[in-house]
Design a protein around this ligand. Structure first.
Ligand code: GLA
Length: 356
């Protein structure tokens, strides 16, 4: 491992290499992060519920340990993700026992944006201002064709997105502002994301970039990935890959959508995975190599590639969607293994970056 050159150094001519970290992994994977990464995202610590659990009471101590690590590394962080329908306290939507008015919500978004920008300041080079505001499925009767029916949307319509971008623009002049979402390469959902971006820009919002989450639950469609990069870049957006990880499912599920535990195919997939683990983890290595080949070829528009976690010992995928009785397997979705050692793909990615 000591012989291996730094992944982020090898990629410095292409884009930053980032990792999502928690307070725990910032400590346990300190050396690995110092050596191989050039961007950090707080996995949860900068979200609304952890930074303003009650109105006006700001709790930045969770994020501050990550900020200290970034300073020690001499890098800036990605700010993630103030306006989102999850990990957001109920109080934002309530007032005097009923729904808050849209104006009250915009006021709260503004106060929150001001406080987080003042606290994190120039340590943040890009903000995921709004996360996942677009719907996954075709609309039902009377539903918006574009927007997710979240509490924000139910009360404010899409104006909450505009309010969020306007406030962040006011307080984070030097940071790039991103819209961030998953399923961003699925054509129908991608169309909705494009509509959101156009709509918000028509209203005068500054949106600098598209955060492509890139959580893989099915075999990557590299053509669709390239098409998506072309489409987002064609809007004049910078691109960050914000939450890359490759589930075991990505080696076996040829469809577009995530196969969930209540899907009749799920059990058979998990059995197959358990019986062919070696082959499947090799396949994940190959997927990383292929994805990075595409990312490198778009390095004129991609500025950062972040994995959602550091090493396989701590990954949200071990818990995602799993219920008491669902069959489970340990996931291996990241670039570094459970011991923090680089997987074969890391060696290959470095060779590829060096043109060997
Ligand atoms: C989404 C969010 C992230 C994180 C992941 C799962 O993609 O954007 O902040 O919560 O889900 O952990």
């Amino acid at each position: 491992m000591n012989q291996l050159i730094s992944l982020s150094q090898a990629y410095s001519k292409y884009f930053r290499i980032g990792a999502a970290v928690s307070g725990r992994s910032a400590v346990s994977r300190h050396d690995l992060l110092m050596r191989h990464f050039s961007s950090l995202t707080a996995e949860n610590e900068m979200k609304y519920s952890l930074t303003e659990p009650e109105e006006g009471r700001f709790t930045f101590e969770h994020a501050d340990s990550i900020l200290s690590l970034a300073r020690e590394m001499g890098i800036q962080i990605r700010g993630h993700a103030p306006v989102w329908h999850n990990q957001t306290p109920r109080w934002i939507f309530e007032d005097q026992g009923g729904d808050a008015s849209p104006e009250k919500i915009f006021e709260r978004i503004d106060a929150h944006s001001k406080a987080i920008c003042r606290h994190f300041g120039k340590d943040v080079y890009a903000w995921d201002v709004v996360n996942e505001a677009v719907r996954d499925d075709p609309p039902g009767a009377g539903e918006s064709p574009v927007y997710r029916n979240s509490p924000y949307f139910r009360i404010c319509g899409e104006r909450f997105i505009e309010a969020a971008f306007r406030s962040m623009d006011r307080y984070a002049k030097d940071a790039q502002l991103f819209y961030n979402d998953y399923g961003e390469c699925i054509p129908e959902k991608r169309d909705r994301i494009v509509r959101l971006i156009r709509d918000m820009r028509d209203r005068g919002c500054r949106i600098d970039g598209m955060g492509m989450q890139q959580h893989y639950f099915s075999v990557p469609d590299l053509d669709e990935l390239r098409r998506s990069l072309d489409i987002y870049a064609g809007l004049g957006l910078r691109i960050h890959i914000t939450e890359l990880d490759v589930s075991l499912m990505a080696a076996v599920n040829p469809g577009e959508e995530r196969v969930k535990p209540d899907d009749p195919r799920y059990g058979a997939f998990i059995r197959h995975i358990s019986e062919h683990m070696e082959e499947i983890t090799e396949r994940i290595n190959d997927i990383y190599v292929q994805l990075f080949e595409v990312y490198r070829s778009y390095s004129d528009v991609i500025d950062c590639v972040t994995t959602w976690g550091v090493s396989d010992d701590m990954t949200w995928l071990d818990y995602f969607g799993v219920k008491e009785n669902t069959p489970r397997v340990k996931q291996h979705p990241l670039l570094f293994d459970e011991n923090g050692e680089p997987k074969p793909c890391v060696h290959q990615l470095i060779r590829d970056a060096q043109g060997a």
